[in-house]
Write a protein that binds this ligand. Structure first.
Ligand code: GLP
Length: 235
C-alpha cells in the first residue's frame, strides 16, 4: 500500500487526478466510482479539466434499495450531479435501486462487472471500516449482494437526508471480491473520524471485522489521506 498524505481534500483531489491520468495513459478504460463526500474534490478536478471521458465506462460501487435515480438522495443522482452531467462516460452503470426483482438485479450487476472489469476503483471508507457498503462481517469472497446497513452507517449518512427515518436500511453493494478484482485502487480518507478505520485498513490484522483491511491483499492500492485520518497509524 502506498500512503500519500495531503494537506486537505482539495489537494487529495489533485493528487488523484494525476494518478488517474497516469492510469489512462497506461490504457485504463473502466473506472469504478464511489459516492460520499471523500471523492468529491477528485470529481471536481475531472469536471474542471479538459479530460474527455466519452470513451470510458464507469461502474459504481453501490446504491440504496428503494430510491430511484430521480431521487436526489440516490447515488445515481449524486453521480449525475457531480460528474456525469458535466463529463459523460460512454456507459455508466449503477445498481437499479427500484428493480422489482432484487435477486435478478444482484445477478445483473455482477454480470456487468464480469463484462467490464474495473481498471481503477475509487473508494471512500466508512467510520466502521466499510468499503462500498460492505459492513463489518462481510465475507472477503463476497460479490454483488444486498446489505442490511448498520445503525452507525445509517446515522453517518443521515446528514444527506431530511430526517433519519428517510435513510434507506438496505443497499446493493459490490462485494469485497469485486473490489479486489480491480487492477488498481485509490482510497480517500479525510478527518479524525476515519483514523481508526484507516489504522485497521493499513496496519491492522486482515479481518472481515474491518472490511478495509482486505485491501492489504491487493498489490496496487494508494491511500490519499489528511493528517487527521492518518493519526492512528503507528508507523
Ligand atoms: C457511504 C458510501 C461509501 C463511502 C462512505 C463514506 O457509506 N456507501 O462508499 O465510502 O459513505 O462517506 P464519506 O466519504 O462521505 O465519509
Amino acid at each position: 500500500m502506498r500512503i500519500i498524505q495531503v494537506e486537505n481534500q482539495a489537494a487529495g483531489g489533485r493528487v488523484a487526478f494525476e494518478l488517474l491520468k497516469e492510469k489512462l495513459a497506461e490504457g485504463a478504460n473502466t473506472l469504478g466510482l464511489a459516492t460520499g463526500s471523500s471523492p468529491l474534490s477528485f470529481y471536481e478536478q475531472i469536471v474542471e479539466s479538459d479530460l474527455d471521458l466519452s470513451d470510458l465506462t464507469s461502474v459504481n460501487l453501490d446504491e440504496y434499495i428503494g430510491l430511484s435515480g430521480e431521487n436526489p438522495q440516490s447515488y445515481r443522482y449524486f453521480m449525475q450531479e457531480h460528474l456525469f452531467n458535466q463529463k459523460p462516460f460512454k456507459k455508466s452503470f449503477l445498481p437499479n435501486g427500484v428493480a422489482e426483482d432484487v435477486e435478478m438485479e444482484t445477478r445483473r450487476y455482477n454480470q456487468i462487472l464480469v463484462e467490464h472489469p474495473v481498471d481503477l476503483q475509487i473508494l471512500g471508507i466508512g467510520t466502521n471500516g466499510h468499503i462500498g457498503f460492505n459492513e463489518p462481517g462481510t465475507s472477503f469472497d463476497s460479490t454483488v449482494h444486498v446489505v442490511d446497513l448498520e445503525q452507525s452507517t445509517i446515522e453517518a449518512n443521515a446528514r444527506f437526508f431530511d430526517k433519519i427515518e428517510d435513510v434507506p436500511t438496505q443497499a446493493y453493494s459490490m462485494g469485497i471480491r469485486n473490489i479486489l478484482n480491480s487492477k488498481s485502487i485509490i482510497l480517500f480518507a479525510y478527518g479524525a473520524s476515519k483514523a481508526k478505520a484507516i489504522a485497521g485498513t493499513v496496519e491492522g490484522p486482515i479481518t472481515e471485522e474491518l472490511p478495509g483491511s482486505a485491501l492489504q491483499k491487493h498489490e496496487d492500492v494508494v491511500i490519499i489521506a489528511d493528517k487527521e485520518a492518518l493519526s492512528h497509524l503507528k508507523k
